[in-house]
Ligand binder design. Structure first.
Ligand code: PMP
Length: 311
């Protein structure tokens, strides 16, 4: 490593540790330091991955789609029969307070509802009170050049968990299905993996939704393909694309549809909109970022940086 690289790395890590020493985390009704933010080893979130969560972005001090994220969180909780300890408007205030307490204009928020402290058995209703955590931290992004050049992904061998077993619409603390597909991606030296459902249709990626463009038509797998109902996906479908005079159709997709596409792109809170230039050995389009992806990506960045809608 060169001397300047060493210096900038140590500067980055010291500013990170500066932040973590003054970071405030909202835990069950109180803002505490990062060192104090501890949960019990008897919390079923830890023992069984029992709980749900959200990942939210702050742009220029505005919390992008906060309401939609909170609504999805409470829907996830309902689907796993978890009773949140706070009503939605109190949690909304807690999120705003935590953002303010951390003084970051651009940030990533993690909201977690745990099942709470119980016994060593599975019984979720022996946990009297759900735990609530709000973390505000710096954002971890894909490298900038991937947005210009597109990124390569693979197709995971492991299918997405079927809706009948655990609906991927629940953003649960059980992410092992995605994590093991992500490990397949890492083993293949790429950052994302496309997951098929057990019927062989495209569902989504390990942490992003997927779109394809062919002959100017944009499409994305429907909710019944077994996907997380992405907030970024909905924003692209219902706000961003229509504002640009584009339409997005939801339709079942096979892998062959992706291979034959002119463009493929992914959407997610952390990823925003990112083009895919290859799926395994198949180049997509001309092997770069296509014009529709590029237009959407730039429009997305402009929109959230000038006026990130909170609803
Ligand atoms: N699918 C999965 C499995 C995810 O975890 C995520 C969130 N990272 C997404 C899709 C994208 O959803 P959103 O746009 O709401 O972040």
């Amino acid at each position: 490593m060169s001397a300047s690289a060493t210096t900038s790395a140590s500067t980055a890590s010291s500013s990170e540790s500066d932040f973590s020493s003054r970071q405030r985390i909202w835990l069950d009704g109180e803002l505490v330091s990062r060192a104090e933010a501890k949960v019990s080893v008897y919390d079923h979130a830890l023992l069984y991955g029992d709980g749900c969560f959200e990942g939210i972005r702050v742009y220029n001090g505005r919390i992008f789609k906060l309401r939609s994220h909170l609504e999805r969180l409470y829907r996830s909780a309902d689907l796993i029969r978890l009773a949140p300890a706070y009503p939605m408007r109190d949690l909304e205030q807690a999120v705003r307070d935590t953002v303010e307490a951390n003084g970051l204009a651009d940030a990533y928020i993690r909201v977690v509802l745990t099942r709470g402290v119980g016994t060593l058995g599975l019984h979720p209703f022996k946990c009297p009170r759900s735990g609530t955590i709000v973390i505000v931290d710096a954002i971890q992004l894909y490298p900038e050049e991937l947005y210009r050049e597109g990124m390569k992904v693979i197709v995971a061998k492991r299918p997405r968990i079927p809706m009948q077993c655990l609906d991927p619409a629940v953003k649960s603390l059980n992410y092992l299905n995605n994590i093991l597909a992500k490990v397949e991606a890492i083993d293949a030296e790429v950052l994302e993996a496309i997951m098929l459902n057990t019927d062989g249709f495209v569902s989504e990626c390990t942490g992003d939704n997927i779109f394809a463009v062919r002959d100017g038509h944009i499409s994305t797998p429907p909710e019944d393909a077994g996907i997380l109902h992405g907030i970024t996906r909905a924003f692209v479908m219902h706000e961003l694309a229509p504002a640009l005079g584009m339409r997005v159709e939801q339709r079942p997709m096979r892998l062959e549809d992706l291979y034959a596409a002119d463009e493929v792109f992914l959407t997610g809170t952390a990823a925003e909109i990112i083009g895919v230039n290859a799926i395994g050995d198949h180049a997509i389009g001309n092997g770069g970022v296509g014009p529709i992806t590029d237009t959407l990506e730039k429009a997305f960045r402009d929109r959230v940086r000038t006026d990130a809608p909170e609803d």
